[in-house]
Design a protein around this ligand. Structure first.
Ligand code: HEM
Length: 445
């Protein structure tokens, strides 16, 4: 049977104005949540996550509300300083009130066509209209170009994505060498489920993350971080050309791709620099058993793959770090999908269209996972022995004085990097398991 592709996404952000009416609406929508499309016969799937303010508005008890971890209670806006959402990324500039007290829930609709998306929205809005007591505050659409509908496979800067995803013990999703945790004998194993799903064994213990309470409220639930990340493609392309000319003497395609690869840690094809540092190898990129099968071992200085590249920062694998860190405790499930149309091939000037990546990061502990990666690994260089002010070239705050260096290389690397990616919104959400959702609706907690 041909699989149904759910490439069309819509994130609908809601405010609950009336707890009782909002619970009535949720009770009615319950049957659709998390259900597989074929099971309920409609052309779309629905997931729903709540902010701390949202759970409060739904009438969750003070006692239960207080058992949520601090990062979630404070929310994305309140944690902006912690994760480096400052300057161009600051919440004062975010869209639609995202991260603020008036966003209570995010409904994620995924479907197979634009028509299906409109149909799903019409049904949801009709139901909201008749329930009353809630309103739509912001809508964000996405359009995945790959078949699974969860990734972008050729995101706006031109890189294959996603490739590396942490596999979960007991889940029947495919996993490949390099995805999981590196064992002493060189093999890779999946991560314990509690790293991503509450109520299960994680990488340190049988119970996993112990918050929120009671157990029934957290079991089968998870935390999701929503990020709207604007990508300035024209500036990225111009920078590649300028850097290629100054480093390698010409801005031909190979040299531009080489600069892009140094920034990302993979060639645009997806082939990792660790396996092929000097030229792209499409055969590796096309082979799921090879393209993620590397550890950075033997490249402590970052001569093959720069220490400060996006890939090496976001999962340093076996890189010796300056601070003792268990890399397996900082993994993220990523669901990144594009929004906005691609900039025309070869265009070097911006067309004024909003485009970028909608990233959903899924984990059991926002502080230990998303926030740690963002704050420690993206926003500084110390953990790798680089200058403390050196940031991730993709997600940093650029500008005069910013740099990406390669210690030990004949010349330092990139200077005055522009801000290629700007945060336009963020949200911290709790996605309860189905029983917990029913309990929330029934005011059990
Ligand atoms: C617009 C912004 C971003 C772009 C264009 C981008 C792009 C990419 C690409 C092309 C890859 C390589 C594909 C792969 O290995 O799966 C990647 C990997 C990754 N990115 Fe990003 N990314 C962005 C933002 C972020 C942010 C904000 C985080 C976390 C705070 C993040 C975390 C990761 C992780 C964990 C990996 C996998 C690394 C590995 O396992 O080796 N990315 N990203």
């Amino acid at each position: 049977m041909t699989p149904i592709l759910l490439r069309y996404g819509r994130h609908i952000f809601l405010r609950f104005n009336d707890g009782a009416k909002s619970r009535a609406w949720l009770r009615n929508m319950f049957q659709r949540v998390n259900a597989r499309q074929r099971e309920h016969g409609t052309g779309f799937t629905i997931n729903i996550g709540f902010t701390h303010e949202g759970l409060k508005a739904l009438g969750l008890s003070e006692r239960a509300l207080n058992t949520f971890p601090e990062a979630f209670r404070v929310g994305a806006r309140g944690r902006a300083n912690v994760v480096g959402d400052v300057g161009p990324h600051a919440p004062e500039r975010w869209e639609g009130g995202l991260g603020g007290p008036d966003i209570h829930a995010m409904v994620l609709v995924r479907t197979d066509s634009d028509k299906g998306r409109e149909e799903a929205t019409r049904i949801l809005q009709e139901e909201m209209g008749s329930a009353g007591g809630l309103e739509v505050r912001f809508i964000q659409d996405t359009m995945a170009t790959n078949e699974s509908g969860i990734g972008s496979e050729g995101e706006h800067f031109g890189f294959a994505d996603p490739i590396s995803q942490p596999p979960i013990e007991g889940a029947d999703t495919p996993s490949y060498p390099g995805d999981g945790v590196l064992e002493r004998d060189g093999t890779w194993r999946p991560l314990k489920p509690g790293e991503f799903l509450l109520g299960y064994e994680d990488e340190v213990g049988p119970g996993g993350t112990q918050m929120p309470e009671p157990f029934e409220l957290r079991v089968n639930g998870t935390f999701v971080v929503f990020r709207k990340l604007y990508q300035d493609v024209a500036v990225f392309r111009r920078y590649l050309a300028t850097a290629a000319r100054s480093l390698y003497g010409s801005d031909d395609q190979h040299n531009r791709d080489l600069v892009a690869a140094k920034i990302m840690g993979r060639w645009p094809s997806g082939c990792p620099l660790d396996l092929s540092p000097d030229k792209d190898d499409p055969a590796i990129a096309a082979d799921p058993d090879r393209r993620n099968n590397f550890t950075y071992e033997g490249d402590d200085e970052g001569l093959r793959c720069p220490l400060g590249s996006h890939l090496r920062r976001s999962n340093p694998r076996a890189t010796p770090l300056k601070r003792a860190t268990a890399v397996r405790r900082h993994r993220l499930l990523r669901r990144g999908v594009e929004y906005g149309p691609h900039l025309k091939d070869d265009a070097l000037d911006d067309d004024g269209v909003d485009r970028g990546l909608i990233n959903l990061f899924i984990q059991a502990d926002i502080e230990r996972q998303f926030e740690f990666v963002q704050a420690e690994w993206m926003k500084g260089g110390e953990f790798l022995g680089l200058d403390p002010s050196e940031q991730d070239p993709i997600n940093g705050v650029g500008g005069e004085g910013s740099q990406m260096s390669v210690p030990g290389a004949k010349r330092p690397f990139l200077f005055d990097l522009p801000t290629f990616v700007t945060v336009k919104g963020g949200e911290y959400l709790f996605v309860p398991g189905l029983n917990a959702l029913r309990g929330i609706i029934d005011q059990k907690y």
